[in-house]
Design a protein around this ligand. Structure first.
Ligand code: 4NP
Length: 158
C-alpha cells in the first residue's frame, strides 16, 4: 500500500480538492487497494469543516465525490505514516518540513515536482484568487503525474 497525504494551509480548498481528484483517479484505475489518499492543512482555521463551496462546486461539476472529507491539521505522526507528503505550494512544503525528522524529509514533495516541464510551481490559493477552475486544472494535472509515479512503486503485475 502506498500512502499519499496532500497538504495545503486550510485543508478546505486545494489539498481537499487534490484528495477527492486523486481518489477518483485511483478508483478509475482500479487501484483502491494499493493507493491510500488523505489530506491535511498546516493551519487549524477550519478543523472539522467540509470542503469550501468553490471546491465542492468544481468537484461536483466534474462528477467527483467529496464525501467523507473533513479538514484536519497535519501532525507529527503523519510524517511516519505516509510515503508521500505533497504540498500544494512552497510554503506548505516548508510547513511539512518543520515537522520532519531525519530521512522523513525525503518523502516531502511539491505537487508540481511530479509534472515534467510543468511551467508552474505553486498551486495558487483559491481562498484568495477565487479561481477554483485554475486550481482544478493544476491539481488534476499534478494528480495524473503523481499517479504515474506511484504506479512505479506498485508490484509489477498491477
Ligand atoms: P487552502 O485555502 O489552504 O487551499 O485550504 C485556504 C483556506 C483557508 C484559509 C487560507 C487558505 N484561511 O486563512 O482560513
Amino acid at each position: 500500500m502506498v500512502k499519499v497525504l496532500f497538504v495545503c494551509l486550510g485543508n478546505i480548498c486545494r489539498s481537499t480538492m487534490a484528495e477527492a481528484v486523486m481518489r477518483h483517479k485511483v478508483a478509475a484505475a482500479g487501484l483502491e487497494d494499493w493507493i491510500l489518499v488523505d489530506s491535511a492543512g498546516t493551519g487549524r482555521y477550519h478543523l472539522g469543516d467540509i470542503p469550501h463551496p468553490g471546491t465542492r462546486k468544481q468537484l461536483e461539476q466534474s462528477g467527483i465525490s467529496w464525501e467523507g472529507i473533513y479538514a484536519r491539521q497535519i501532525e507529527r505522526a503523519d510524517l511516519g505514516a505516509f510515503d508521500y507528503l505533497v504540498g500544494m505550494d512552497r510554503e506548505n512544503v516548508q510547513g511539512i518540513l518543520r515537522l520532519a525528522e531525519g530521512e522523513e524529509a525525503k518523502k516531502v514533495f511539491l505537487l508540481s515536482d511530479f509534472v515534467d516541464d510543468a511551467g508552474w510551481d505553486d498551486v495558487p490559493d483559491p481562498w484568495f484568487t477565487k479561481k477554483f477552475d485554475v486550481t482544478y486544472q493544476l491539481v488534476s494535472q499534478g494528480c495524473d503525474a503523481l499517479l504515474e509515479r506511484l504506479r512505479k512503486d506498485l508490484p509489477v503485475s498491477i
